[in-house]
Design a protein around this ligand. Sequence first.
Ligand code: ADP
Ligand code: MG
Length: 573
Amino acid sequence: MTPPRRVAQLPPILIERIAAGEAIERPAAAVKELIENALDAGAREISIDIGGGGLDIIRVADDGHGMDAGDAERACQRHTSSKISTVDDLDSIRSLGFRGEALASLVAVAQVTIVTAWDEGPAAWQVVYRDGVLVHAGPAARRVGTTVTVRNLFAGLPGRRKFLGSGASEATRVVQVTRRYALAHPAVRFSLVSDARLTFRTTGSGRVDVVMGETWGTAIRAGLLELPTKLEGSATVSGWMGDRSTTRPTRSGIIIVVNGRPVQSSGLQEAMESAYRPLLPRGRHPYATMQIHCDASDVDANIHPAKTEVLLRRERDIGGMVMAVVRTALGTMPDRPPEGGWQRQSGQLSLVPVPSSEPSQPPRIREPSGDYETPIDRMERGRKLVRELPRMQLLGQVRRALILVEGRDGLYMVDQHRAHERVLFEQLAAGTDVVAAQSLLEPVALELKRHEAVLFQSRLAALRELGFSIERVGDVTFLVHAIPSVAGGAASLTPDDELSREMSWPGDNWHDRLRTAVACRSALRRGEVLQPAAMRQLLLDLAATDSPAVCPHGSPLVLEVTGRFLERQFDWS
Ligand code: ADP
Ligand code: MG
């Protein structure tokens, strides 16, 4: 046994390094703190330059209000801040920083030089820190603003360096963090240079969609939709998101900004995800920038050392607003032929989409012809259009798969299977009022794996809500007595492996997956002949859904061929 050691006060430099580890976890965290300081100083332009993923060097220069000599020296001491001064201030923080720890942490774990010029001072001032100690302070040259240079991050902490990725993976994190702040502050010009190469630059346009193009690549611009602004009480939700053809395989395209601070909020993320999950193909996630503005006193930013998580007092309400705007954006717009129209080859119509030339063109002014619509117009129109479908002229069924209707402005094709899936999915989501349990003549036995059986047992009540009546008869054996029967649903639903897999799906999205599977199996198939009355009823039911333009798997179900499109394609002008 090792003899017990004596309890002793730690040396100050050790205390500093321990504390620094909390706020500055990796290069991207240092960049984040320096960007926040620049924004708090009112910068209009922030240049970020990193080498070796930020481990070798990070330099952040801003044109904010700068510091005078005294402040420049005080700023790097622990618990020094100009942003809050009383306990009450903590309840309504308007700045990004407030903990007064970032610079103190940085000087504890890296070599730091600050050059700053205060707008009222005659000259610039430079301070240099080595191993947490101020080794130089004196005049320098700089226009108003501040440049902070951080070299050899964690060089004195070999343990920490071991936990970090390669320079390249740390650089990726810096890109992500910088992009989040650029999106949160679209009116500020950001540039990011990594190993002497420009990663991206934003123009300070003030437009979130422009910054999304500038930081993700212009290719996504054409697919961006403006979310309808939602206002409730003192909170507003607005933003932009990619349409169903502009998605990512991960959630990293989703950025949530609360009062100018990009945040992680599991509640809002969940709200957003549950809204888009049934509207996008499985495994795809949107590009989205959600801007939330609410009272400063409704946000608690002081729950996380790196301030990346916040508590929102009205998270449920705001989550509901987020869900509503996402559903409207993704769920109500019929698909259309590509912007440029279909290409005509040797006098024949063919289905080769012409790439839209939109992104490189200057923003178009709305033409009186009504040919160009903003995404908001499209959404509004999409919603109205689907409501009007049942009142339009029903032309008939095409390929025993599509319902064809003609309206004043064009032709519409509705996929009968997907439309019915959408209707049934929303009925199932509405719960027991609409869904009846239909008893099976012979109960069906399901044999599960042991871990599935545990999950299954805990979900029996929820499954009853969905119209399943299930009884446990053995350790891993369950008997299905009844299945959900939705109005107009075919009776082809039998409990089998696929259904039981969704019922015991480990994720919390099992509800949606099961509903999708039930809707898909109960819905009308392609190939079924429909009488006019049945087609009308389906259009009526579809018009009553929340997201009438997409099936629960996220595929489009209405195709619109506008009159304008036909005129163009046939040269009928
Ligand atoms: P906090 O941001 O929580 O106040 P920091 O350690 O990040 O703490 O910064 C300490 C103080 O230094 C800030 O309150 C601010 O007054 C000053 N400061 C830091 N960076 C800048 C900057 N880029 N421009 C002007 N002032 C700055
Ligand atoms: Mg700060």
